[in-house]
Design a protein around this ligand. Structure first.
Ligand code: ATP
Length: 260
């Protein structure tokens, strides 16, 4: 079966600096794959290359066998490859539900202008989007804060809202940028459970960049390790934890040791 995502020899140079260097890997449909590596290794750049926020210097990314590199980020998102958290737009003066409804307009037939002008197509979308938004909010266990203004939400809830906004675009692949950052153990475990359910119940393929090693080891089917822009290892959590190159890359870095 063709992998849902293929990263093929992708390179990104900024002037003399090679942020990502000839990285290749495949992602199978329904897989949870983490990208890890010391600070500055090139993980965020790799995510931006996959979601087409930056253009590769060379190499390409294929989604379901079609090249997506070179498309605009919104075109890639419409195809179903959605990056969330760092560049998610949350309208702080809107409620949780309103934010999730507005996010549906990325896949809307009517334009966002139509939504504000109240055209009939937009009104039809509105009813459909309201029901879908409620489904997502319930799925994420956010029912109690449905009508809360985003400006009143603490960090953990804002993150959940970021995920709800990502889900509103009906992704086939969700790219999560440090989903556990700033969370305590209980919040992290709750988020781990949610990501698993996303895959199990909605069939979403998940790629994540994360520094929280215990969470990465718990959640991932497979891990890709990047150091100085290059892929140095790829394998199951158990394989990665005992990989000499990986242990060496992490020695002396700010991140906690790879083992637990
Ligand atoms: N827009 C840019 N212009 C110039 N250099 C950049 C740019 N974006 C990233 N870099 C450089 O590319 C390298 C990789 O950065 P990147 O943010 O991808 O690493 P990272 O692994 O995500 O780091 P962290 O874990 O600290 O978030 C770094 O040396 C960074 O300074």
């Amino acid at each position: 079966m063709t992998p849902i995502l293929q990263v093929k020899g992708i390179t990104k140079r900024y002037g003399g600096l090679t942020a990502v260097n000839e990285v290749s890997f495949d992602v199978a449909e329904g897989e949870i794959l983490s990208v890890i590596g010391p600070n500055g290794a090139g993980k965020s750049t790799l995510f931006k290359l996959i979601s087409s926020f930056v253009t590769p210097t060379s190499g390409e990314v294929l989604f379901k066998g079609d090249r997506i590199s070179g498309l605009a980020p919104h075109q890639v998102a419409r195809k179903g490859v959605v990056r969330t958290f760092q560049e998610t737009t949350i309208f702080r003066s809107m409620t949780v539900r309103e934010n999730v409804i507005v996010a549906h307009h990325l896949r809307s037939r009517a334009s966002l202008l139509g939504f504000f002008l109240g055209t009939s197509l937009a009104r039809q979308d509105e009813a459909e989007f309201g029901a879908s938004a409620d489904g997502i909010i319930d799925f994420l266990g956010m029912g109690a804060i449905r009508d809360e203004l985003a400006s009143n939400l603490p960090q953990g809830h804002l993150r959940a809202l970021g995920m709800a906004i990502g889900l509103a675009t009906n992704p086939r692949i969700l790219l999560l940028d440090e989903p556990f950052a700033g969370m305590n153990h209980d919040e992290t475990m709750r988020m781990v459970g949610l990501v698993r359910r996303l895959r199990d119940e909605r069939g979403v393929t998940v790629l994540l960049v994360e520094h929280d090693m215990p969470a990465v080891m718990k959640i991932s089917d497979r891990i890709v390790v990047i150091n100085f822009g290059q892929k140095i290892a790829e394998g199951t959590p158990a394989e990665i934890q005992s990989n000499e190159k990986v242990i060496e890359a992490y020695l002396g870095s700010e991140d906690a040791a790879i083992g637990m």
